[in-house]
Ligand binder design. Structure first.
Ligand code: ZN
Length: 150
């Protein structure tokens, strides 16, 4: 588990320092705001969807390293996926970060997102790690409201 923990720290640091897909993509046609008052993370996710496929995705906002890195990695992971595939990926991601730190992490199909197994040891941080995802799902649903983790 220590190897995954080191990877977790280096990936979080990297994506926090240089978030990928930061900004509003030119053809974005859906967006939603997310708020994690517990930590002070605020995020807006913008997506462009064509034929039920996420063709463009980006985010703006301010938050802790984990919320920023998670949103950054999320945008990389979901670009080009069908909306139903995004939902399945979120399900796996959510199951991973909320599973017991004593259990073997279920990382199948998660790619780089598997580093978030490290969040399991910090339950307070699960909301930071999932904020971008909840906000993305609201954007895809066209829900015109701020998503709050509270
Ligand atoms: Zn946070």
């Amino acid at each position: 588990m220590s190897e995954l923990r080191e990877l977790y720290q280096s990936v979080i640091l990297d994506h926090n320092k240089r978030p990928r897909n930061f900004g509003e993509p030119p053809n974005a046609d859906h967006s939603a705001d997310g708020d994690n008052p517990l930590c002070g993370d605020k995020i807006t996710v913008h997506v462009a969807v064509k034929d039920d496929v996420v063709t463009e995705v980006g985010f703006v906002g301010e938050g802790c390293a984990i919320s920023t890195a998670s949103a950054s990695l999320m945008t990389e992971a979901v670009k080009g996926l069908g909306v139903d595939e995004v939902e399945r990926l979120f399900g796996k991601f959510h199951a991973l970060v909320t599973s017991s730190p004593q259990s073997e992490p279920a990382i199948g199909g998660l790619g780089k997102l598997q580093v978030f197994a490290g969040v399991r040891e910090f339950p307070m941080r699960v909301k930071c790690a999932t904020l971008g995802w909840h906000t993305l799902r609201a954007a895809l649903e066209g829900t015109d409201r701020t998503v709050s983790t509270e």
